[in-house]
Design a protein around this ligand. Sequence first.
Ligand code: FES
Ligand code: FES
Length: 155
Amino acid sequence: MRLSCTINGEKREVDGVWEGESLLYVLRERLGLPGSKNACEQGECGSCSVYLDGVLVCSCLVLAGQAEGSEIVTVEGIAEGEELHPVQEAFVGTGSVQCGFCTPGLIVTTHDLLARNPRPSDPEIREALAGNLCRCTGYEKILDAVRLAAEEGAL
Ligand code: FES
Ligand code: FES
């Protein structure tokens, strides 16, 4: 089937999509957008988080066909051209990136949190990030990144 949607502000059409294919597969394997990571493919880790019509979703759980006509924003689309978004800068600046597998999902989730709540408390940050698993950092640096992005008024 053909999938038509808008990705990071650009109209895209993808032919030959299988009905059972995930949006994550289309993004990574058909459209060359490897930012969203495939770490579990079961909706457990949040590494594949993207916006679908403004709503944060795990793209591994969205069938590509469900995205027909939708607007999708990935971690690549959060950057401002060649410039990193302040949320992305905050993750780099606090040393929150080790293997980096969880980082794209955490950045999209943090972006979503700060758009809704620009000055979240620590419990609110922890709750927002509860669906994003990191196997490397122990989370303290990640919390620092979210606090820094909030302090700097990233959104
Ligand atoms: S790869 Fe989608 S939630 Fe883990
Ligand atoms: S930095 Fe490796 S999984 Fe989070």
